[in-house]
Design a protein around this ligand. Sequence first.
Ligand code: CUA
Length: 149
Amino acid sequence: MWLASGLIAAFLAAIVFASVSQAIHPPSHLETIDPVTIYDDPEFGDPGVTIREDGSALVVGVAEMFFFEPDPIEVPVGRPVTFRLTSADVIHGFQVVGTNANTMVIPGYVSELTVTFSEPGEKLILCNEYCGLLHHEMMGRLVVKEVAP
Ligand code: CUA
């Protein structure tokens, strides 16, 4: 019993330590946004893909019960693709199946990640956080292809 109690105390101490001194927070870089007005936001009000001059891409995306916007997302092959994502309602996931692109999408925050897709093709985007009755229907398409700047 003393051992079990000691373990519980150690786990609680670890949680307190991590939350106080390590500033536990959602993934990405703590950029905040008002989820109520995102469609009035200059950036997230018009989700889409921008191809930069160097051929890399910026994807501004919104997750909402129960879809992703834009859909499909068309990105260039072999170039860095930066996703900036936020949620209009509840916590969603954004996972490009078969790649390491995977983040939580949290209302009130902007999640940012950069991925390079090395092969052309079509990939499935899944929501991997339970977000409501139609969570299992929430998916999108990512099309990786040659894109002219
Ligand atoms: Cu969105 Cu599950």
